[in-house]
Ligand binder design. Structure first.
Ligand code: AMP
Length: 426
């Protein structure tokens, strides 16, 4: 045995990743189920893409000058010498899948959702992980600003349904390929004039992509970025009209929002609309979800000219602001005494489970008293007692753990009682 596999050394989860243990998973499942049901109501369907993609997909899609691509990707060569990346975000995968499967030739709306892990090699801190989970929404083929407002409304509804309070919606427009170059030029000139006040990374961004200075997390750079020219003054007529209609549709939905001219978001592909929902309860990493429009991505990938919009919400951050109590399950504990009873218990567990009753039978040899106290401790709704005498008589005891009442009957009778009570409690 090599020293690294010595049995005394405890192996922990990789920095920036974490286990989600069963009690917490219950909350995740509840949130995921609510999110999926809501998205389906709006006509979205799930699209599951692989975790592994070619590195080129993100270089091209996410953008070569973004922090994600330059600093944060988990990239490696596989055994075939290909450059592979663990997806840092989902949008490029969806665009790839649409083109690869020619989904745009089908009549189904190109509206997709997905919930799953993303990977970014960033500095871990509260609300920022290296493996985190996103709820992702993508719409392709809709250029009307009404869809921009509809997905904000959908996000808002989800957060309201989940009981999230104190969330604020920020909106902006980052222009398009027609109007952004003039803005970038002025931004570059302005950033150049305060070059010495920026970090080395932002100094590099002055040349590569000055817009990305807005993403810097260093306080002194953020102070400077707040004084930069605002994109709003540079928007072309088309972008201005789009933004005005987006905002007026949000008004129609009665969604309060704030125009935030510095909201350019960390990805290169955004055009026109960008938005973010922030929550004061989150601390420094206050963004619950962010999204925007990416009208050029499809054609840049060599696909059809389809406009697109979407958002991604961080599950960890969402869960951290929720006060969702996991629902306790109502289950049956089967207590057995002796080998013959154990075999019967196994048979009963199968019968109850087939009828939709969650049933737990533990196989270690324990006294009846011990098993009853286990059932209590685990929060069983009922305990079914199976002993040799009961088998001989064909009559078993069912104890209701909350009231302490006990019923004697055939297993079929007891199953009926359990099913009725389980139904009543729903
Ligand atoms: P982005 O894909 O960067 O636009 O982020 C969208 C959302 O994903 C954010 O609003 C966060 O809620 C979440 N998120 C992004 N990066 C991380 C991370 N490293 N750890 C946890 N959540 C994240």
């Amino acid at each position: 045995m090599s020293p690294s596999t010595s049995p005394s050394k405890e192996i922990s989860a990789i920095k920036g990743t974490k286990d989600i243990l069963p009690r917490e998973v219950r909350v995740w499942q509840k949130v995921e189920a609510q999110a999926k049901a809501l998205f389906e109501l709006y006509g979205y369907r799930e699209l599951r893409a692989p975790v592994l993609e070619s590195t080129e997909l993100f270089e091209k899609g996410t953008g070569e000058t973004t922090d994600i691509v330059t600093k944060e990707m988990y990239t490696f060569s596989d055994k075939g010498g290909r450059s592979i990346t663990l997806r840092p975000e989902y949008t490029p995968s969806v665009a790839r899948a649409i083109i690869e499967h020619r989904l745009y030739l089908q009549s189904d709306p190109l509206r997709f959702y997905f919930i799953g892990p993303m990977f970014r090699y960033d500095k871990p801190q509260k609300g920022r992980y290296r493996q985190f989970h996103q709820v992702d929404i993508e719409v392709f083929g809709e250029k009307d600003p009404a869809i921009d407002a509809e997905i904000v409304e959908m996000a808002d509804t989800l957060l309201r349904n989940l009981g999230v309070r104190h969330a604020e919606t920020l909106v902006n427009s980052v222009g398009c390929r027609a109007c952004r170059p003039a803005y970038s030029k002025d931004l570059r000139a302005h950033a150049q004039s305060v070059r010495d006040l920026l970090c080395p990374d932002c100094q590099r961004k002055i040349t590569t992509n000055p817009l990305r200075i807005f993403d810097c997390k260093i306080e002194s750079c953020r102070e400077q970025a707040a004084l930069f020219p605002k994109i709003t003054a540079y928007l072309c007529q088309e972008c201005r009209d789009h933004f005005a209609k987006f905002c007026s549709t949000l008004d129609l939905y009665e969604i309060p929002y704030k125009v935030e001219p510095n909201l350019v978001r960390g990805l290169d592909y955004y055009t026109k609309t960008t938005f973010e929902i922030v929550s004061a309860g989150l601390g420094a990493q206050n963004s619950l979800l962010g999204g925007g429009r990416y009208d050029d991505m499809m054609k840049d990938f060599g696909g059809p000219d389809l406009p697109a919009i979407g958002f991604a919400m961080g599950m960890e951050r969402l869960i951290s602001v929720l006060k969702v109590e996991p629902e306790a399950s109502r289950f049956l504990y089967i207590a057995t005494l002796g080998e013959e009873a154990k075999a019967k218990g196994i048979e009963f567990a199968r019968l109850f489970r087939r009828q939709g009753v969650e049933s737990l039978i533990e196989f270690g040899d324990r006294s009846l008293k011990n098993q009853m106290s286990r059932a209590n401790k685990l929060g069983a709704a009922w305990t079914l007692i199976v002993g040799e005498d009961e088998i001989r008589k064909g009559l078993f005891q069912l104890k209701d753990m909350a009231s302490g009442t006990q019923n004697e009957g055939t297993v079929d009778n007891l199953l009926k009682i359990v099913r009725e009570k389980a139904q009543d409690s729903k």
